[in-house]
Structure formats: C-alpha cells, structure tokens
Design a protein around this ligand. Sequence first.
Ligand SMILES: Cc1cc2nc3c(=O)[nH]c(=O)nc-3n(C[C@H](O)[C@H](O)[C@H](O)COP(=O)(O)O)c2cc1C
Length: 310
Amino acid sequence: MAVDLSIELGALRLKNPVLVASGTYGWGQQYRDLLDPNLLGGLITKAVTQHPREGNSPPRIVETSCGLLNSIGLANVGVKAFIREKLPFLQSLKTTVIVNVAGSTPEEYAEVARQLEGYPGIDALEINISCPNVREGGLAFGSDPKAALRVLSTVRRTTKRFLIAKLSPNVTDIVAIAESAVDAGVEAISLINTLVGMAIDVPRQRPRLSTVLGGLSGPAIKPVALAMVWKVAQKIDLPIIGVGGIMTAQDAMEFFLAGASAVEVGTANFVDPQTPLKIIRGLEEACVQQGLKRIRQLVGKMVIETDTNI
Ligand SMILES: Cc1cc2nc3c(=O)[nH]c(=O)nc-3n(C[C@H](O)[C@H](O)[C@H](O)COP(=O)(O)O)c2cc1C
C-alpha cells in the first residue's frame, strides 16, 4: 500500500512532514553529501539577520547527559551575503525552503523580510521570536504577547510571504503568545525553540558556556514540546509544526497525535545526519502497519478518556 506522506500547512504543501530545524542544518550545502536535501519535507535555514553576526564567543556548545546546550547567538552571514552566497544553492533544491529570520528590533526583522522579497526559491519565512542566546530581541519578543504581536505585525505588513511564528517555551502562557501570532496574521506556528539551561564545570568552578546560560535541546525537551504543541492545538486554529527532541519516527508520531501537522528535526542531526530520512521511512512503515493511507490522518488524534480538567 502506498502511503501519502504529503501534508498541507494551509497554503504550503510539503511532500512529507519532516523538516530540518533552524541552526542544525547550516545553509543546506554542508549536509548535502550526508543526506539528499531533496528527500526532506523541507529545509529551514540558520537564522538570518540584517547584518552579519559573529555570535557568542566559545565555548558555545556543550553536551549534557540529556541534551545539548548552545549559546551560538545567531552567528550568520547577514541577509545580503545570504542572498549572494547561500540562496543560489537553496534555489536549486526540489524541496520546500524556509528562511529563519531574527533581529533585535521589529524593524530589523522586517528589513530582512523586505530584502528577501521577490527572490524565487523561498517558500516561507520562519520568524524566530524565541532565541534565548542574544541580549536584545529574540526571547524578549517571544515572552511577551504584546511584543510578539508588534514584531510579527511589522513583518506581516512588509511581506505577503507565508509566515511561520517560532515560539519560545520560556514563557508562562504559551497560548497567549500563540494568540498574538494569530492576531498578527501569520499562517502557521512552530514550537518550540530551546529551553534556558546551564551547566557547570565543577573542578574549575566555572560555567561551561561562555554566556553562562544557553538553550537546551534534544531528548530532554520533548515532553515539554509535546505539552506545548497540545496546549496550542486545543486553542488555536492554525497549522502547527512541532519541534523538540525528535529522534525517531515514534517521537514524530507523538507530535502528530498531539496536533502538529509537521515536525522539525534539530539536535538529532548532530547525532546522525540521516535521522530525518530514517524518520520519513519509519513514518511510512508505521502507517502501513496501522493501515493508514495518509499521515495526516494522525493529526490531533490523541484520545483522552478521562476528564483532564486542564
Ligand atoms: C546549535 C543550535 C543552533 C540553533 N539555531 C537556531 C536558529 O538560528 N534559529 C532558530 O529559530 N532556532 C535555532 N535553534 C533551535 C532549533 O531549531 C530547535 O528549535 C531546538 O533545538 C529544539 O529542537 P531539537 O531538540 O530537535 O534540537 C538552534 C538549536 C541548536 C541546537
């Protein structure tokens, strides 16, 4: 039985529901010998900012017992060099290309969107209002519903492109931020970015990251991500892309059942760059086993038998 893995995020059609997460797949080119990017449901670039950024000083990535801590700080070439040097490769791909956009002010975000206007080969922008590793912007926008509304509305006025708001888990009420995204007029929501965390080198009595705090990703955050996807899916009528700790097809299926229409694979790419492909194949096999013709039949299908009172 052929399984239909394609999904629709509103007007955006993906050939399968597995994307690679921003910051974990470079600009695509670096990974092409390890995994054919055309097999992916979509590729999300590193964050692009208006000006080039060096990012934070090392050490800016450390492994912990349950996941990865990073404080890269949005290191990137800036939008002009992105268009000149990175976009041509992305334009040659036969898969969905999504550019992750970041900034320190709403105007900076909008300026990146403006400069990307008109270039073919970009299917959507993922607006990163959730980076915990920069002093200004990022998380400040993602943790306050009014600030989220301001930055997303400013970008919305600048472009007609398909917009995805990427939310932070470092908030008290994720639904309130998601509601701001709806009010701003974005087409989809992705969640979650990393959770604020830290690690200490005991013999040296020093933080293991130069910035002390960083963003935790990997298996440790999957239950948090799932809970947030589920909470948002209960209240918000926009397609959701789930991300956080996805290592296997079973992990991805949990996100579909919780209400996500697609998933992003992040930290798992560092463990095994073939992970997204293994997940795609695993989803196909799981659908055959369960007699499902289409992967989208799983979306939001978790059954709750008791009264949750949540
Ligand atoms: C090294 C690293 C760099 C990242 N850079 C970005 C980024 O530039 N923009 C962004 O929105 N998210 C970034 N993220 C967050 C991931 O896209 C993803 O949301 C997060 O890691 C959770 O997924 P995971 O547990 O599968 O890694 C980064 C994550 C890591 C580990």
